[in-house]
Design a protein around this ligand. Structure first.
Ligand SMILES: *Cc1c(COP(=O)(O)O)cnc(C)c1O
Length: 379
């Protein structure tokens, strides 16, 4: 059995090595490292795949979120609603732009923003909602878009973990994650479902004017060379990364299938287990399983992780500390205890290895040891 990793990027690479190497060498030979042809090719390919009018590449997923908020002209003091159970980047860009992050709790079963908590958090200062399609399935976009319409709010989808997921709207229309709201923001960090070999990100929108602004802000606020209409940033996707992504995009659906295969295996193995609750799949979205995250109960999660590590089984906790407990984001508006589901999840979740290249002996080994741990140590 090959050593188990949280994400096996090397074996994934080896399967497409020739194509990736050739794409990278082509860029090197062309010397067009910045804004070379592969960047626009990739934007066009991704826009075709997502069926969204505009894809604007940028340097990483955090920038994508930041540029999205800059393009919408949000002003200091404006409030932006986000789930408390997410990666820090979602809150970070809000705070960085001197907007006010309004954290709301998540649904304990799906880990996604709790729809019933959104409207009570809306004030006259609220300008946007940032749903996070956490772990690979879509938040309840139908309800979120309805709430946004009622209150004239923008919706910025953080789809860093869910690229490729399909969401079915009430009218039967199927849309890709990140293409339903005002702007979608994603990341091509190596371990993401569509990962490059460095940093990368992109924004999606169907709005022509907004697409122009996103592009301009990502390029120093420059509309024409050396003409700066707005304060912008410098955020580009490297040509080499775009060339790699052009190869990997072709496999994105196959990768999602492989991840689902792993998730199905775990689901069956842990069904009705007294100490482990498998992730619940929502109705209107497919799941691309960026992470496979279980809730534990009646066991010491951190002790289990150490014990598994001794058996060479890596695991992770996404996320161990609630945002509102972090020094940088603590606020008297969100004291300890105010977001109880998030707080509980941070104490009990565990993510098991999931990747496109896992073998059945690796999966059986993981499942056996996780179950053995529970048998031996459950309180
Ligand atoms: C990875 C991630 C980001 C940030 O992406 P980077 O490319 O690392 O900047 C933002 N939000 C979520 C939910 C993520 O998982």
């Amino acid at each position: 059995m090959q050593p188990i990793q949280m994400v096996d990027l090397n074996n994934q690479y080896l399967k497409i090595k020739n194509q990736v190497d050739e794409a990278v060498l082509d860029v090197i030979a062309s010397s067009k490292f910045i804004n070379g042809p592969a960047v626009q090719e990739f934007a066009a390919n991704l826009s075709g795949y997502l069926k969204v009018k505009h894809v604007i590449p940028c340097a990483n997923g955090t920038d994508a979120l930041q540029i999205a908020m800059m393009a919408l002209n949000l002003q200091p003091g404006d409030e932006v609603i986000l789930p408390a159970f997410t990666y820090v980047a979602t809150a970070e860009v809000i705070a960085l732009l001197r907007l006010k992050p309004i954290m709301v709790d998540v649904d304990p079963k799906t880990f996604l923003i709790d729809i019933s908590k959104i409207e009570p958090a809306i004030t006259s200062k609220t300008k946007a909602i940032v749903p996070v399609h956490l772990f690979g399935q879509c938040a309840d976009m139908e309800s979120i878009m309805q709430i946004a319409a009622r209150h004239s709010l923008y919706v910025i989808e953080d789809t860093a973990q869910a690229i490729g997921a399909d969401y079915t709207l009430g009218n039967g229309k199927i849309s890709k994650a990140g293409t339903i709201g005002t702007i979608g923001a994603t990341s091509f960090f190596p371990s993401k479902n569509l990962g490059c070999m460095g940093d990368g990100g992109a924004m999606f929108t169907n709005d022509d004017e907004l697409a122009k602004r996103l592009k301009m802000i990502a390029n120093h606020g420059q509309s024409v060379q050396y003409v700066h209409d707005d304060i912008g940033v410098n955020s580009r996707l490297d040509t080499i990364q775009a060339a790699i992504l052009n190869v990997k995009l072709k496999y994105l659906d196959v990768y999602a299938q492989a991840r689902n295969h792993v998730a199905d295996f775990y689901d069956v193995a842990f069904a009705n287990h007294p100490n482990l609750l498998p992730p619940v799949r929502v109705k209107n979205s497919t799941h691309v399983f960026h992470q496979y995250t279980l809730q534990t109960c009646g066991i010491d999660r951190d002790h289990m992780r150490k014990w598994l590590a001794e058996k060479s089984i890596p695991s992770m906790v996404y996320y161990p500390i609630p945002l509102h407990w972090q020094k940088a984001y603590a606020s008297s508006d969100f004291p300890k205890g105010s977001l109880p589901v998030t707080e509980q999840l941070c104490s009990c979740v565990i993510s098991l290895p999931i990747s496109t290249e896992m073998s059945s002996d690796q999966l059986e080994y993981i499942v056996k040891h996780v179950k053995d741990y529970c048998k031996e140590f459950a309180k």
